[in-house]
Design a protein around this ligand. Structure first.
Ligand SMILES: C[S@@+](CC[C@H](N)C(=O)[O-])C[C@H]1O[C@@H](n2cnc3c(N)ncnc32)[C@H](O)[C@@H]1O
Length: 269
């Protein structure tokens, strides 16, 4: 089994205290996480995830990992970091579609334990390595990875700009970066329905399907997404990717704006 070399990294913006909220929120969820994530996103999360992964594996999903050219001309990555990997859904899809080895890192050990079971069930223990740790202080040397994915992360960190710099640090020059996050529809009509869905349906459906912890998540998500974009609008986020050293930044709102896929490339390649 291969091992990604980790380094101690004791400095950086994040502290254990900053992450307490996310850890408490996610610790009770992993048992039913994958199923409820799919239901509560009305099946859209799978499309958003696929689109994000297209941007790091070169579009066509060519099996390779050793310099094969993908559909958008990008070189297929050999080693990928997936941050906020949770139950390893993204990590598993990256390796299944590209043949890359993937390191998944996440704060919440309960999520990683289920992720480890999923990795074993998929027969991917030789390709996916899961590590406990913080996005704000990644235990990897500069330029370790050929590509990076991160999903639903920036709403949980104290300082999104500093976290983006830390994420970019571990990607080699020219390496692909892609992210997935919820969005807020721009048009008034869709925004009205999105508001109703996130404020009413999500907590009730979450609670009915998953009990108290999912009611709490459902109640938290809508206001948290709105507050995040009030502080960090999409334009701000694009500029922050640039400040972190990520170029050729693209943005694609999906499902009427309910999902947001972003991609770019570490400068200098
Ligand atoms: C909504 S889940 C997404 C899981 C997975 N990426 C997916 O798409 O299914 C968000 C994950 O982010 C993790 N997380 C939140 N803050 C983090 C941080 N600062 N560093 C690392 N992981 C973090 C949580 O533990 C949780 O597993």
């Amino acid at each position: 089994m291969w091992e990604c070399r980790t380094v101690r990294h004791d400095t950086g913006p994040g502290t254990a205290r900053d992450n307490r909220f996310a850890r408490r929120l996610f610790s009770p969820l992993p048992g039913r996480y994958d199923r409820l994530e799919a239901w509560l996103s009305l099946g859209q999360n799978a499309r958003w995830r696929r689109t994000m992964i297209d941007h790091v594996i070169g579009g066509t999903g060519v099996i390779g990992g050793t310099g094969v050219i993908g559909g958008d001309g990008a070189r297929a990555p050999g080693l990928v970091l997936d941050v906020a990997t949770g139950t390893a859904g993204v990590a598993l899809q990256v390796t299944a579609r590209s043949g890359a080895r993937v390191v998944g890192i996440d704060l919440t050990e309960a999520m990683l334990r289920v992720g480890q079971q999923e990795v074993a069930r998929a027969g991917a223990t030789g390709a996916v390595q899961l590590v406990a740790g913080q996005a704000e202080r990644l235990p990897f040397a500069d330029g370790t990875f050929d590509a990076l994915t991160f999903t639903y992360l920036l709403r949980y960190v104290e300082d999104p700009a500093a976290t983006l710099r830390e994420l970019a640090r571990v990607v080699r020059p020219g390496g692909a970066v892609a992210s997935l996050e919820f969005g807020v529809p721009r048009r008034g009509f869709w925004r009205f329905w999105w508001w109703g869905y996130t404020r009413l349906v999500l907590p009730l459906a979450g609670g009915a399907a998953g009990g108290r912890p999912w009611f709490e998540v459902g109640r938290f998500l809508g206001p948290n997404i709105s507050a995040h974009y009030r502080s960090y609008p999409v334009g701000w986020t694009v500029a922050a990717w640039g400040d972190a050293g990520i170029t050729d930044v693209g943005v694609r709102p999906m499902s009427l704006g309910g999902g947001l896929v972003m991609w770019g490339r570490r400068a200098g390649g």
